[in-house]
Structure formats: C-alpha cells, structure tokens
Design a protein around this ligand. Structure first.
Ligand code: PXP
Length: 252
C-alpha cells in the first residue's frame, strides 16, 4: 500500500454509551456521559461515539448537544436508518453518522448492516446526510459484497464489525476461527482502502484482542466502548483509555 494513503495515526473513538446505561439504571443524572466525554478529550482520545437507540436505553436525545458542546472532539453518531434518526442527525450535524442495523430486542449491535440488500432504503439516507456535510460510515460485516454495496451507495467510510473476531478470541481452541476472521478484516480493510473508502473497525475489542486489529495498516479508526467503560470501574476511565491507546500504538 502506498505511504500516501496510509493513515498517519490510528484514531481511537471512545463509545460512551455505557456510562449512560449506568446513569439510566437509577434514572438520575449520574454518572454523566458528558463527564466521560471530557475525560476522553483530556487524555487525547480522537473522538466520541454515541448510539442513540430507538428505545433510548443509554444515550438520550438531550445528551447529544451536551456532548457536542462539552469538547471539540468529533462526534460519531451511531444510528439506525430511520426517518426519526435522520431528522435528529440533520438537526445536530455530528461530524459523522455511522449507520447500524438495530433490532429492538438485541443486547448490542449484533450483526453488520445489509448494505447490499437495503440499497434502495439506504441510498436517500446516505445522500441526505452527505448533503448536510455529515460524513457517513456503514457498519458492515467484513464481506466483499458489503464493501461493493458501500461503494455503490457512495459512503466515504465503512466500519468493519469485529464481533465475530472478538467472539473467536474467547473460544477455547478458537485459534483457527480467529485467524480466519482476522484475515477477513484485513482483506476487507485493504479492499475498502483500494476503492477510496476509509476503513474503521469496532465491536468487542479489548486489551487482549486489539493489537492484531490495530496492526492492520489501512485502518484509520477503532471505536471501542463496553470494555473501556468496564475497565474504568476498576482503574478509571483515564487509565483504561491510556492503556488501550498504548496497545494500539505499540501494534502499529
Ligand atoms: N462500533 C459500532 C458501530 C457499534 O455499534 C459499537 C457498539 O455500540 C461499537 C463500535 C463499540 O463496541 P463495544 O462497545 O463492544 O466496544
């Protein structure tokens, strides 16, 4: 790959949804995801990621403007491709919108977006976001068919779903599955970059599994949430972000 298109630094976007999950468990204002966003900025995180779900189980509407006002960091708004979410994105104008599939009953975003099968539904959503000056990312499985669909939709960014890789990392004797998943992610990052799409990755990344992903040279950004917030309970958010940042830098 040409040095000209090798991203200078692998950015770390910190997903702060689960600070809001803990807040919502008691219905009050504490802990405030805005305070988490300020810590991300203070320790050199590159962006804030937040998912406004249909059921508002973590981030709420009023959090978005507060997060945007709190730091100068770019906000990556994860959203389903619905009219409601599109209107919210157009009103708040985050730096980026990452379109994710969303099923009400799922615990987290369990699979990638079927960008190929949903072309006609996604095309106007992508177009209206781009027209408003919002970068668009599609959260897809590491699959050539989905990259080709992202190209047809004119998405400037794809985020490759690392959930299967993370899952394989946890399985006893899962070495082969892990290698297969890692290869798929590396190949699809290369395919995206070759076609002018900036590849990102995320989901299920931890201190233990992040380095082989961070070592993929075409990747420009990782979005990590649950593990960082979970570790923060034991060592503080500053420390958990710093440690992840160090592991990512060491892998490059
Ligand atoms: N990227 C996307 C598109 C996601 O939906 C999520 C989960 O909200 C993440 C990254 C972060 O995943 P995790 O919380 O497992 O680190």
């Amino acid at each position: 790959m040409s040095e000209l298109i090798r991203p200078a630094k692998l950015r770390l976007g910190v997903n702060i949804d689960h600070v809001a999950t803990i807040r919502n468990a008691r219905g009050g204002d504490h802990p405030d995801p805005v305070r988490a966003a300020e810590i991300v900025a203070a320790v050199g995180g590159d962006g804030i990621t937040a998912h406004l779900r249909e059921d508002r189980r973590h981030i709420r509407d009023d959090d978005l403007a507060r997060i945007q006002d709190a730091t100068g960091l770019p906000l990556n708004l994860e959203m389903a491709a619905t009219e409601e979410m599109l209107a919210i994105a157009l009103r708040h104008k985050p730096h980026a919108a990452c379109i994710v599939p969303e099923r009400r009953e799922e615990r987290t975003t369990e699979g990638g977006l079927d960008a190929a099968g949903m072309h006609n539904h996604l095309a106007p959503v992508v177009g209206r976001l781009l027209d408003a000056g919002i970068s668009v990312s599609l959260f897809i499985a590491p699959d050539a068919r989905q990259i080709e669909a992202a190209m047809r939709l004119g998405a400037p960014v794809v985020e490759l779903h690392t959930g299967e890789y993370a899952h394989a990392c946890l399985e006893e004797g899962g070495g082969e599955a892990r290698a297969v998943e890692l290869r798929r992610i590396a190949d699809m990052a290369a395919l995206a970059a070759k076609n002018g799409i900036e590849p990102h990755a995320g989901h299920g990344l931890t201190y233990e599994n992040v380095q082989p992903i961070a070592a993929i040279p075409q990747l420009a950004e990782l979005n990590i949430g649950h593990y960082l917030i979970g570790e923060a309970i034991f060592c503080g958010l500053e420390q958990s972000i710093r440690r992840m940042r160090q592991l990512m830098d060491d892998a490059r």
